[in-house]
Each structure stands twice: as structure tokens, then as C-alpha cells.
Design a protein around this ligand. Structure first.
Ligand code: C2O
Length: 569
């Protein structure tokens, strides 16, 4: 359901002004209207019937397409049974944090029967984005692609592909994901792992009762196509490959990079990767496949493989089983790291060289001790799992959203004492004493002055276990200036930072037992969530929030809240 209007189609009296209006119109932006209805939808997967939450009955949900500079107006009606919000992952929401979406951070959820209209303009961004529910585990099925094309008259920094396809990797449970989450919240143990991975909603030929609906990507011999790869899986980094075809990587997280070729992609939840492939192989059918990259030793994961088919139009051999690509072992951290380390951006923005805010955040799992065995403490040794940043396990408020409370000066919803450095220094990646495994709880924000240059070193720890956490920052993209193994060394590591052409991302992995350093300029006022994009960890508190103050004048001040902003009660 989409309607278009141009922002400049006002009738004019004089011929000349009509002509001028027409010229201006060619270069100017459109407004796109969408109606999204969240609704329970029957689907059949893995031999059984299920009812899942979708948008407009579609799974994956509708693809939104617009151009850089356009405005999107998406009216969301909740006809489901759960509170919900939607997030437009990667869109900066300049001055419009009200449309960002994380529940209880920038808005109260849309209640069943309720409606909220998200309005925002795409400001100097283009590439592959996606949208997803940002409430509990609803994004397991409520997600879709969001594609921003270059402005009229400009184009990609590579030759235009013959065809483009969104390729969304997902994660499927045979039970209502909300119930899987609920059970884990009660028991304190890790939630059940998924039953399948999916490509555009379909598990593919390697699962029971799934071959009939396997996703097909048609290709013509000789042509080059663009795959817009999105990892919408809830809890799993994935390796991705295509049999017999080299992939050329040209963009990640809606930032172009210097193209490089590879046979393997590693993509974390939240990330996007644009891939060019050329049909230069004998006409046939080739598998596209994805399987887990599970970085935490000893942690259970879904060890299955999803497939789709790259099918040459001229292929006559559709009865022959396609060839599977060779995928790395599930624990192949070297392959994962060497892929991520190849990105060099061609972004023209400037890397901040002077730092105003030098932040060091530990990102940790954790555990809460129960004095005795209880059904509430079913993690190992009568504990409950938890997680934290700088020893603070993030708690969402319930009575109001943080943004609303900030805007209206409502006390008691949050504090602004999130620590700039860990409260205690220790050997983060060594053998961490049990006494340091239990964080404090709180809704703590870190305050940033408008325009300040920020560096954050995200330090993985060995509390419970090391793991690659895909860290996502709302409202911004950032430069990834450095990464390394072990503990970050502030004396020697900065000398090796890439301040020339570092990758630009909105979601970055932290190598298991290592660190990653990012930089950005706080030029977007509002409250912005930073969190691990493994949903299992968000629920445990692996998140924090930045409060970015207004600057000077209207253009550096966040907009007033929309009138239909949902209220918590
Ligand atoms: Cu993809 Cu907080 O989101």
C-alpha cells in the first residue's frame, strides 16, 4: 500500500514558474505513505501450521523503497495481541527521535487496537536499511527491507546492476517467539535456540517440508546482480556463501566501501551487506546458503543451514540438485574476523581526530546468584543470566519513555550517571573472579554535548564467557577506527587506529575476548539506545542510552513530539 506525492507540485500562474517548478521538482524529494497493519497471520513452515505476527499479512513484511532526501510517513495500526513498536534500523532520524521506535526509550508501545504514525525524512543517507519490531521478541517475524536509492540524477559508485534483490536472513521458532522469551524470563536460563534459519522467510531444501517454497533468485547468464543482504536473525551471527560464485562487497550498513571480493560473508544481526555477483558460471542452479557463526564456546546454538537458489534463466537442469557452497566451521573466528577487517570506506565524512569524550565500555554477560535452587534460577548453579555495560544492567522504564520524560522534565524515569569508564578495572579477558559477575541494575544514561566528538572503546569481557556482540547505536553511524584481541591498551593501540578510511557502520561486532573502537560526532539531539543486537542479550540488560543535548537554534534542536505519540497508560 503506497501513495506518492511530490513536495513541490503546487500549481503556478505563469508559464515560467511552471517550468521552474518542474525543474526544481526533478531534483526534489517525494513523500511516501504506507499503511502497516500488525496482524496475526497463519503460515505453514517445517510441516506445521503456525500463527505469526506480520505486517499486512506478509512475511517478510513489505519492502519500503525511497530516495535519499524523501520523507516517509508510515501509519502503523496494531491489530495484534502484543504491545509493539517499529524501528527503522540505520535511519539516523535527524531531529526526529520520536520516530526511532525502541519501546520505552523513544516512545511508549502501540497497544493492541492503537495507531501511531512514524514520520521522518532521510537526510544524506542511502543504501540497504531494514525495519523491524523493537518490542520484546516480536522482530522474529515482524521485519522487512528498507531501501534508499540515490537522489534522482545521482547513482551508485559502481555500475548499475541488472537486477536487485533484498535477501533477508531470519531465524524461525516452531513456537511463538514471545512464549520462548517469556519462558526464559521466568527460568532465568538461556532461551531455546531456534528451529531454522530462513532466507526471505523460507528455510529451504535442507529442512523438512520446505523444498516446495525455497526462495529463488533468477539470474541471466552474463549479467551482474545486487543482493541486499540483511541479517534479521534474532540471536545469531551467520556465515553466508554462494556456490561457485565470487561475491564483490560494495556496501555495509548503508555505507559504501572500497569493493573487495570474497567467498564468505559473516554478518551479525542488525548488519546489512550489499553483494554484487556476476553470472559467469555454466547455466545451472546454485545454492545460496547461511549457517551459524557461534562465537561463544560451550553455548548452545541452532546448527542448521538455510538455502535459497540462484537460478540461471537459461538453465534446463532444474531436476539436478544444486551444489552447496562450502561454509566455514561454526567456530571459525579467524574467517569472521578476516572478513570484517577488509572493509575500507569511501565515505566522504571526516573522521574526528580530536576527541572530547573518551569512553571505555565493558560489554559483559553476567549471572545473578540465588541462595537456593528455584524454578526462577535455572541457569547453571542456581543462577539467572544477566548482562551489562560498564557493570550496569539496563532496565527499561515502564511508566514513560525516556525521551518523553526527558522532553517533559519528568523526574524518576532515568538518571544520567552512566559511567564513562568501568567502575572497577580488572583483567577483562582473563579469568574474571566470580565476585565480578553480578552487575547493578539501572536506567542510566550518558549525557553528550551537541557536537562533541566521541570515542568509545567497547571491551568484550570473559564474564561467564567471551562472545562476539554485534553492538548497534541508534541515531548515528560511526567510524570503526580499530579493533584488537585481548584488553585494549590505551598507550599502544591508538597508534594503530585507521583514521584515513575506516569502515562506517551502525552495528559492529566485538571480536570474542577483544575490543573495538568507534568514533562519531554527536550531531543528532535526542535519546539514543546502544545495545547488543542479539535479542537474548537486550532482555538481560546489554544496553545503555545516550542523551544528546540540543545545540543552538532550530536546526540543532529536536522536533516537538507528534500529537499521536502513544502514552504508557
Ligand atoms: Cu535493529 Cu535497536 O535495533
Amino acid at each position: 500500500m503506497e501513495l506518492h506525492t511530490t513536495k513541490c507540485s503546487r500549481p503556478h500562474f505563469f508559464g515560467l514558474s511552471i517550468f521552474l517548478a518542474f525543474v526544481v521538482c526533478l531534483a526534489s524529494a517525494e513523500i511516501h505513505y504506507h499503511k502497516f497493519v500488525i496482524q496475526p497471520t497463519p503460515v505453514k513452515r517445517l510441516c506445521n501450521n503456525h500463527v505469526i505476527m506480520t505486517v499486512n499479512g506478509q512475511f517478510p513484511g513489505p519492502t519500503i523503497e525511497a530516495r535519499n532526501g524523501d520523507t516517509l510517513i508510515i501509519q502503523v495500526t496494531n491489530s495484534g495481541k502484543y504491545d509493539i513498536t517499529l524501528h527503522w534500523h540505520g535511519i539516523r532520524q535527524m531531529r526526529t527521535p520520536w520516530a526511532d521506535g525502541p519501546e520505552y526509550v523513544t516512545q511508549c508501545p502501540i497497544k493492541p487496537g492503537g495507531t501511531y504514525t512514524y514520520r521522518y525524512t532521510v537526510v544524506e543517507q542511502e543504501g540497504t536499511f531494514w525495519w523491524h519490531a523493537h518490542s520484546k521478541w516480536l522482530r522474529a517475524t515482524v521485519y522487512g527491507a528498507l531501501i534508499i536509492y540515490p537522489k534522482l540524477g545521482s547513482s551508485y559508485p559502481f555500475s548499475k546492476p541488472a537486477r536487485e534483490f533484498p535477501l533477508i536472513l531470519g531465524e524461525w521458532w516452531n513456537r511463538d517467539p514471545m512464549q520462548v522469551l517469556r519462558q526464559s524470563m521466568i527460568t532465568g536460563a538461556a532461551p531455546n535456540v531456534s528451529d531454522a534459519y530462513t532466507i526471505n522467510g523460507q528455510p529451504g531444501d535442507l529442512y523438512r517440508c520446505s523444498s516446495q517454497d525455497t526462495t529463488i533468485f533468477p539470474i541471466q547468464a552474463g549479467e551482474t546482480i545486487l543482493l541486499r543482504l540483511i541479517n534479521a536473525a534474532l540471536n545469531q551471527q551467520l556465515f553466508f556463501s554462494i556456490a561457485n560464485h565470487q561475491m564483490t562487497i560494495v556496501e555495509a550498513d548503508a555505507a559504501y566501501n572500497k569493493p573487495f571480493t570474497t567467498n564468505i560473508v559473516m554478518i551479525g544481526p542488525g548488519q546489512t551487506t550489499n553483494i554484487l555477483i556476476t553470472a559467469n558460471q555454466p547455466p545451472a542452479r546454485y545454492y545460496v546458503a547461511a549457517t551459524a557463526y557461534a562465537s561463544a564456546p560451550g553455548v548452545a546454538f541452532d546448527n542448521t543451514t538455510t538455502t535459497a537458489i540462484l537460478e540461471y534463466r537459461t538453465s534446463s537442469s532444474s531436476s539436478i540438485r544444486p551444489i552447496l557452497p562450502q561454509l566455514p566451521a561454526w567456530n571459525d573466528t579467524n574467517t569472521a574476523n578476516s572478513f570484517s577487517s577488509r572493509f575500507r570506506s569511501i565515505y566522504h565524512g571526516k573522521v574526528p581526530l580530536q576527541i572530547d569524550e573518551n569512553l571505555f565500555f565493558t560489554i559483559s554477560l553476567g549471572s545473578i546468584n540465588c541462595s537456593r535452587p528455584s524454578f526462577r534460577c535455572q541457569a547453571p548453579n542456581n543462577t539467572r543470566f544477566t548482562a551489562s555495560m560498564n557493570n550496569v544492567s539496563f532496565v527499561l522504564p515502564r511508566r514513560n519513555s525516556i525521551l518523553q520524560a526527558m522532553y517533559q522534565n519528568t523526574p524518576g524515569i532515568f538518571t544520567t550517571d552512566f559511567p564513562a569508564v568501568p567502575p572497577l578495572q580488572f583483567d577483562y579477558t582473563g579469568n574474571v573472579s566470580r565476585g565480578l559477575w553480578t552487575p547493578v541494575r539501572g536506567t542510566k544514561l550518558y549525557r553528550l554535548k551537541f557536537g562533541s566528538s566521541v570515542q568509545i572503546v567497547l571491551q568484550n569481557t570473559n564474564i561467564v564467557t567471551v562472545e562476539d556482540h554485534p553492538m548497534h547505536l541508534h541515531g548515528y553511524h560511526f567510524f570503526v577506527v580499530g579493533t584488537g584481541k585481548g584488553n585494549f591498551n590505551p598507550r599502544t593501540d591508538p597508534a594503530r587506529f585507521n583514521l584515513v578510511d575506516p569502515p562506517v557502520r551502525n552495528t559492529v561486532g566485538t571480536t570474542p575476548g577483544g575490543w573495538v573502537a568507534i568514533r562519531f560526532v554527536a550531531d543528532n539531539p535526542g535519546v539514543w539506545l546502544m545495545h547488543c543486537h542479539l535479542d537474548v542479550h537486550i532482555g538481560w540488560g546489554l544496553a545503555m542510552v545516550f542523551l544528546v543535548e540540543n545545540g543552538v537554534g532550530e536546526l540543532q534542536t529536536l522536533e516537538a513530539p507528534p500529537l499521536d505519540l502513544p502514552q504508557c497508560f
